[in-house]
Design a protein around this ligand. Structure first.
Ligand code: GUN
Ligand code: ZN
Length: 431
């Protein structure tokens, strides 16, 4: 049966920095989102939409609420759920001290499945319905993840980590085993239901040039598969890459020489890119995951959003849990705003909500399926509660327009603001 969700409704049709802002979004203060068979039928003014409905329908009304498309997280590690908020280190020491020992446990598929369930609970609690997800080096970690996400019918992209050097013995594969395991996972999971696969070299320091080339072979053999890695996050990391790859022009070139750049390639961080790298990212249509809570927490640096925009590079938002400190895209917007303040730039709340939804969908080349409420899109959406805490309620009452309300959501909001989350038209979380 058709379902009609009544609340304020907001979704984006375009980047508010590239279109007159009033054309970039649609907003219905008293709106209805019509959903049938897991897909969006339409959205619009409540009175008109309901009057136009023929036949039976079920009405679900949310008071003092804003419905937006499900949030999209373009970079996150599910096996790091248990090390979120680990004290005191920057990237390379943080990996050795906390990350590698935690990831070792994912050789056990039962353990992996347990963490995958907890991870998905947290994502949905935060209103995130799609993510680009790192597994561990263990093939079983990705099977466990996709099994859990398939059961909830979520649109997820994930992959097995490739790592054949500079990591503990218990966590390395080889160029050949990494290739074979990834290939088997692609054949099993890519485009099965709502799942897609990403070839996932951890970062250049933990892969030999041969392993990176084998990753490139996979992309050539399986068009449509994604590539997901880290790039230029931390100064010590960058110096190390220079030592390990003396024949490469720069960090990005270590991936470029292996054929890893392109429209479905997502590079997390890109905090310290050089001129040539910006240019090459742009030319190759590669994408960036901007991860502000992680960049601040690990002391990595301040991402340069305007530089990415000048170079016409698509940017999505990532939490990078467990380097990041929150599953919430609202909290991620909060810290993105502050990073850009320190850069002397502004992040308008319209741009912020665009980035958390349609912008991140575009970054993952999923904008034909999710990211807004155009007819036929998959019905992934979130109900945000304007009165979720006494302070939020009080502050919202002072707001004079949508712009201010969105800004307050992104500064004060977190999982408490998410009243309900829906995936493919089914409620998958209720606060
Ligand atoms: N670079 C290589 N591995 C990682 C990781 O797990 N997290 C982050 N933030 N950066 C990385
Ligand atoms: Zn990461």
């Amino acid at each position: 049966m058709v379902k009609a969700y009544r609340a304020s409704i907001l979704h984006f049709l375009a980047d508010p920095d590239k279109t007159p802002v009033e054309d970039a979004y649609e907003y219905y203060e008293d709106g209805v989102l019509l959903v049938d068979n897991g897909e969006v039928v339409a959205c619009g003014e409540a009175q008109a939409m309901l009057a136009g409905l023929q036949g039976e329908y079920e009405l679900v009304a949310y008071e003092n609420a804003l419905i937006v498309p499900g949030f999209i997280d373009t970079h996150i590690h599910y096996p790091q759920t248990e090390i979120i908020a680990a004290y005191g280190e920057q990237l390379l020491e943080w990996l050795e001290t906390y990350t590698f020992p935690a990831e070792a446990q994912f050789s056990d598929p039962v353990y992996a499945r347990g963490i995958a369930e907890r991870f998905l609970d947290e994502l949905l609690r935060a209103g995130t319905t799609t993510a680009l997800v790192f597994g561990t080096v263990h093939k079983a970690s990705v099977d466990s993840f996709f099994e859990a996400s398939e059961e909830r019918n979520l649109r997820m992209i994930a992959g097995k980590v490739l790592m054949d050097r500079n990591a503990p013995d218990y966590l390395v594969d080889t160029p050949e085993s990494g290739y074979q395991d990834s290939k088997a996972l692609i054949e099993k999971w890519h485009n099965r239901g709502r799942a897609r696969y990403a070839v996932t070299p951890r970062f250049s320091p933990t892969s030999t040039p041969e392993q990176l080339r084998r990753a490139g072979d996979l992309l050539a053999e399986f068009p449509g598969v994604y590539m997901h890695t880290h790039l230029s996050e931390n100064k010590d990391e960058i110096s190390w890459v220079r030592e390990l790859f003396p024949d490469c022009e720069d960090y990005l070139d270590t991936y470029d020489q292996a054929g890893l750049l392109g429209r479905r390639s997502v590079f997390a961080h890109c905090v310290h890119l050089e001129d040539r790298e910006w240019q090459r990212m742009s030319e190759s249509q590669s994408n960036i995951a901007f991860c502000p809570t992680s960049n601040l927490f690990l002391g990595s640096g301040l991402f340069h959003l305007s530089r990415a925009q000048e170079n016409n590079i698509r940017v999505g938002l990532g939490t990078d849990v467990g380097g990041g400190t929150s599953f919430s895209m609202l909290q991620t917007l909060n810290e993105a705003y502050k990073v850009l303040q320190l850069r002397g730039e502004k992040l308008s709340p319209f741009k912020g909500f665009y980035l958390a939804t349609l912008g991140s969908a575009d970054c993952l080349d999923l904008a034909d399926l999710v990211g807004n409420f155009e007819s036929g899109k998959e019905a992934d959406f979130v109900v945000l509660d304007k009165a979720c805490t006494p302070l939020m309620d009080f502050r919202m009452q002072q707001c004079k327009d949508l712009f201010e309300e969105l800004f307050v959501f992104s500064m004060l909001g977190d999982d408490r603001a998410v009243q309900a989350t829906y995936a493919a038209g089914v409620r998958v979380h209720q606060r």
